[in-house]
Unconditional design. Sequence first.
Lengths: 314, 258
Amino acid sequence: MIEVSNLTKRYAGRTAVSDISFAVARGEIVGLLGPNGAGKSTTMRVLSCFMPATSGTARVAGFDVFHQSAEVRRRIGYMPENNPLYPEMRVREYLKFRARLKGLGWRRSRERVTTVMEQCGLADVGRRVIGQLSKGYRQRVGLADALVHEPELIILDEPTIGLDPHQIRAVRQLIKSLAGKHTVLISTHILPEAEMMCSRMLIMFDGKILASDTPENLQRRMAGNSQIIAEIAAPAGALRECFSQIPEIELFDVSAGEGEFQRCVLTPRDGLDLRPMIFALARDRGWVIRELTRHRHSLEDIYVQITRPDEEEE
Amino acid sequence: MLREREAPMKIFWTLLRRELSAYFFSLTGYVIIAAVTFLIGESFAQLIDGLGTDPWPMPVTQMFFGSIYFWMIVLLVSPVITMRLFALEKASGTFETLMTTPVGDFQVVASKFAAALVFYVVMWLPLLICLLIVGRFTNQASALDSGTVGGMYLGIFLAGGFFLSFGCLASALTRSQMAAAMISLAFGISQFALAWWAKNNPVSEQWQSQLLSCLNIFDQMNDFARGVVDTRAVIFYASVTMLFLFLTLRLVESRRWK
């Protein structure tokens, strides 16, 4: 559906996007993650034919975004950052206007507007003036506009920014319902959202793509450094002596927990899962264990690690 | 996915309707119309006052053009009408949503200019009412002579096209409505200065002087107001309008090459 190869975009002496390449298959929901200034919005603007690339190519549904831009624009629905709308128009009026611009006929545009308003929860606010709507509703109008002509590719730039958790959930559910029939490219810097919505994520930083994988795989890549946390009722000295004798434990830290329990944080060597070993150890010595967990790296840890300026991981 | 091929004219009408609704369903639009109506009325009141019961020395329309009001209106109104056309869209971001639909740049420029022109013509309709009143209550047959009124409206239309097309160009140059308005105003004033200079310098054999007399919009409008349609003037206005619109189109298209 999307094929980007060696895309570079420079403006005013600054390189916003630097030689990126990626592909998105039909029906996928892909997230573009990255801090502000990473190049996500620029990439989306190039894909939606709003601005040309400095070099490299991008193709949507087989059409080149520069040479066949009208064909590309017919097949995409785009919601830019900050969701710009015409505040003086009414919701239904605006959506009908947009539907007509995208090539739908009178009858078809009326049908689609009704459908899309129901889909986005706008059925009650059809006659309201957009300028008087709350942010949540305005975001839904922007989404409805992106969906109105049933595009093959939907590009959403920060669709949930400024929304409250309830509204975010509604938008998330809507986007998930689009998978399969539509291809969706979302940019966000809200990690839990990306984790929940996207089948694949591209992490961008400083104009480059640093990682491209499913959330589970990204987790797995970090799992090698996962620490084990255990709370064991035993004298601290004995614990330390035990741990130092086990070669699989690279580092350990024992500190006082509640009552007689000691809190142990163990770093394994070579990504081993130490939990069975610790359990066996405690059982043999007759120590009580009340917690034995493997610290699961949140996506945030992965993200922060990957986007650290002095350290990059491909 | 059912979709009809979008005909260019259909897109043009859709865009035009939306631009017109932005003018006619907004407070600013009616404030402009009200202000212009007031100025037109004021000018006629002064004219009639000045003449007392003397006969009108020249056609009513010509007298109106002779007054400062006509030019003041044209000068001030075209920046105000056109400043938001492109600048507001670019500043608010709706330009991005507009240009990522399958619309052509030409249709966008054409529809915005056409909407500005339609609004401008509607804005001048109160002039007809003033002429009607003058015709009714005085013995001036020439007030409603179709030749002079037709010529006058043609002049208004052509002058409008001229200044509004430049206003479109100014609006497309910048993201700031104020800057666009200033640029348009500067252009308008420079045209007036040119015309004033031409008026005060007698026409001589030199080509510079001939050229200057062609650019004398005051005299041209005077002719129109008398009902005299000089095709040279028509061609001048029409072609310069086309030039400004062409430049506007190039500006809008240029974002694709940057």
